[in-house]
Design a protein. Structure first.
Length: 228
């Protein structure tokens, strides 16, 4: 004779559903974060490679980056060292974008203050795949800050999420903040993994300036320590 099983009570069903909901709330965000990381790194690497190729071609025409004039404003720097070296869909000063729709933020959620993203005179080069290369209007520093926005105006517009900071500096050419010349130095220093993540205010867990350096130093990976 078959053994009879009583039906679940409503309370048991609710408890089971509650447990499933708790587990899902823990697991799903982690799965989504890992998925996003795996989507971001190929896009960053692709755009970085595009920018580097443009810099390499430019230095063949215009001599080595250590001879470039970093006192030029962004528009003139673009005309001198970037125009014609990329497959562009458009280029324009940041004054043309809608600041309400494009609200740049740091990794820690604070408002971005880096001049490359805040100056209306910075110049955005729009690539045919919709990624942006933004040239800083800063002068007299001996370098130019370059922001790579892998998806243009699309959100989240956060440094370390879809925006990554680089420089074109002297003899090192294109390098990420915090990492240069194969890791030998950036502004005189090679930073450890701990510093790249936690250095305040530039660490990847703070304003995100060192996030590109961290990804490159980890062989183009966003590991488990990379902030979500």
């Amino acid at each position: 004779m078959m053994k009879r099983f009583d039906a679940f009570t409503l309370a048991e069903i609710l408890i089971t559903l509650g447990i499933i909901g708790i587990v899902a709330a823990i697991v799903i965000p982690n799965l989504m974060a890992n998925y996003e990381k795996k989507q971001i790194t190929p896009m960053l690497k692709k755009t970085y490679t595009t920018v580097k190729q443009g810099v390499d071609v430019s230095q063949v025409i215009n001599a080595a980056p250590e001879t470039w004039n970093y006192n030029l404003n962004a528009s003139d720097f673009y005309d001198e060292y970037a125009r014609g070296y990329y497959l562009e869909a458009d280029h324009f000063p940041l004054s043309r974008i809608d600041r309400v729709k494009v609200d740049y933020r740091n990794m820690d959620g604070s408002v971005a203050t880096d001049p490359v993203l805040t100056s209306n005179d910075s110049v955005a080069i729009v690539l045919q795949d919709s990624a942006w290369i933004i040239i800083s209007n800063e002068k007299d520093n001996g370098y130019k800050t370059i922001a790579i926005d892998i998806n243009g105006q699309k959100r989240p517009n956060i440094i370390g999420k879809d925006i990554f900071l680089f420089t074109i500096q002297g003899k090192y050419g294109l390098t990420p903040y915090g990492y240069a010349n194969g890791g030998v130095e950036t502004f005189g220093t090679k930073y450890s993994k701990t510093v790249l993540l936690n250095s305040n205010p530039y660490g990847c867990k703070h304003n995100g300036a060192y996030c590109a350096a961290y990804v490159m130093s980890m062989n183009w990976q966003m590991d488990e320590d990379y902030p979500r």
